[in-house]
Design a protein around this ligand. Structure first.
Ligand code: ADP
Ligand code: MG
Length: 257
């Protein structure tokens, strides 16, 4: 399933936050969205997953017009792991993950043994098999993040959007989440804050600054020290990591700029 975002604009009262952004995810690519805090990544993603109505532009998942389509229809195809996942009511972990099955059910349809099997498999995949009966609100930020990913896995979407999915996680689970997502074999659009991880896991990157896409391309091509300085206002040197063979970024201290 391909995602096509065409010249999307989002404004809040007078402020233009997302300015004519076009993004494509083709052929089950893992596409990363990077850029400094406040540049509009979450706003762009929210307008793709129908939480915010864009002022202008189109979003298509294959030939499904996401902006016009009804939410339930979209939720059968599109899974979302948002940036903040607080809940006012308490649910067990199993109930949370079971919510991922909702888009596939009729109004009064009860949970089938197949649904329970899918939920169990999703929890096992994020290493939380023994957490099914725990209260969601009692979990740490990182555990919550993994439950939300499990819920999205249980949804069995054909395309997934993730907004800084590794925010609260220590490095082991950052790598685990990105590897799980990478292996799903579906199209992925993810806002990521760690540039080295973005370079390692993404096939393609879009770089945003002040609401616009200022660069796009394969990580190794576009992550230059000039771009990082221009977009993030920090000095760095790019090197080849001798252990992973991947791209390394050495940030220089502010005093040394
Ligand atoms: P990012 O995810 O890249 O850090 P956001 O998309 O969250 O950035 O925010 C981009 C800008 O839009 C910020 O300046 C933020 O304050 C503003 N913004 C986000 N949501 C709203 C809103 N509902 N009303 C007004 N301004 C908003
Ligand atoms: Mg954000």
């Amino acid at each position: 399933m391909n995602l096509n975002v065409e010249r999307l604009c989002v404004s809040f009262s007078d402020a233009d936050i997302v300015k004519e952004v076009s993004v494509q995810v083709k052929n089950k690519q893992f596409v990363g969205l990077i850029g400094p805090n406040g540049c509009g990544k979450s706003t762009l993603l929210k307008s793709i997953y129908k939480v915010i109505k864009p002022r202008q532009g189109d979003v298509f998942l294959d030939d499904l017009n996401v902006i016009k389509a009804n939410p339930k229809h979209v939720s059968r195809k599109l899974g979302v792991v948002g940036q903040f996942n607080e809940l006012s009511f308490d649910f067990t972990v199993q109930e949370m993950v079971m919510m991922g099955r909702t888009p596939h059910k009729g109004l009064l349809e009860t949970d089938s043994s197949e649904d329970y099997r899918i939920v169990e498999a999703a929890l096992a995949k994020v290493n939380l098999a023994s957490y099914a009966a725990r209260s969601y609100n009692s979990l740490s930020g990182g555990e919550k993040q993994r439950v939300i990913l499990a819920r999205t896995l249980a949804q069995q979407p054909e395309f997934m959007i993730l907004d800084e999915p590794t925010n609260h996680l220590d490095i082991k689970f950052q790598l685990q989440i990105l590897s799980i997502v990478r292996k799903l074999d579906i199209g992925i659009l993810a806002a990521l804050h760690d540039l080295t991880l973005a370079a390692e896991y993404c096939d393609y990157l879009y770089v945003m600054k002040e609401g616009r896409v200022v660069a796009k391309g394969e990580p190794e091509q576009i992550l230059t020290k000039e771009l990082i300085h221009q977009v993030f206002d920090v000095s760095c040197e790019i090197y080849r990591n001798p252990v992973t063979g991947g791209l390394g970024i050495a940030y220089l201290q502010a005093g040394g700029m």
